[in-house]
Design a protein around this ligand. Structure first.
Ligand SMILES: Nc1ncnc2c1ncn2[C@@H]1O[C@H](COP(=O)(O)OP(=O)(O)OP(=O)(O)O)[C@@H](O)[C@H]1O
Ligand SMILES: [Mg+2]
Length: 194
């Protein structure tokens, strides 16, 4: 939590956060298009994507002047709401399927003032197709335009072979994944794709 005491994990998130924030709000020749959109993903399940997305969001939300939107884009296994103890509601899938729905109406406020969550929404049998659809691309673009002053973090399982569908390529994404194999704890922070 933003005001909780320092732990090693919190410290590690602080270090990652600094670099991501530099990218997010770089100006002039260092400016990065959609640098405020951060995609957390990994090749394998259970590698800590949701853990990283949530902790990164909490860490950034502890910054006094920043607002964070945490998007659950893992349609197959959405876990952000349950992890944060939030009630379910309409979300990204619903907005993609029904263009009359407004994205803003699906945002869930949290008891952390500058953190909002966009849930995955209802289960749909064509989630892979939805994620690769033009409408998904339009949603990412809308999120980028509408919330350009916010840091937007996507928790997303990777189901495609490189490169990802065009709509996801607009992000200057870095993929952060920490994991603890049985024998030893290790950590990595790598570019999601070249
Ligand atoms: N750095 C870490 N330290 C301690 N526990 C961790 C860490 N990273 C992940 N975990 C734990 O490992 C488990 C798997 O993490 P998580 O659910 O975030 O993975 P995931 O990649 O989102 O999985 P899935 O692919 O199923 O969505 C969770 O119980 C999480 O709390
Ligand atoms: Mg997950």
């Amino acid at each position: 939590m933003p005001d909780s005491p320092a732990t090693q994990t919190a410290e590690e998130f602080r270090i990652v956060k600094r670099q991501l924030l530099l990218n997010a709000f770089a100006r002039g020749e260092n400016a990065i298009k959609n640098g405020n959109l951060i995609l957390v993903c990994s090749a394998q399940p259970n590698e800590g994507k949701t853990f990283c997305a949530i902790n990164l969001a909490l860490s950034i939300a502890s910054e006094r002047d920043l607002t964070v939107l945490l998007v659950d884009a893992d349609f197959a296994k959405p876990e952000i709401l349950s992890t944060l103890g939030l009630e379910g509601g309409k979300g990204l899938v619903d907005v993609i399927v029904d263009p009359s729905l407004d994205l803003a109406d699906c945002l869930i406020r949290t008891n952390i003032e500058n953190l909002a969550v966009l849930p995955a929404g209802r289960q749909h049998h064509l989630t892979t197709e939805l994620l690769a659809s033009e409408r998904m691309g339009a949603m990412i673009e809308e999120i980028a335009q509408r919330y350009r002053d916010r840091v937007v973090i996507f928790d997303r399982r990777r189901r495609w072979r490189r490169p990802p569908p065009p709509c996801w390529r607009c992000m200057s994404a870095r993929c952060c994944s920490w994991w603890r194999p049985r024998a030893r704890a290790s950590r990595s922070c790598a570019k999601a794709w070249p």
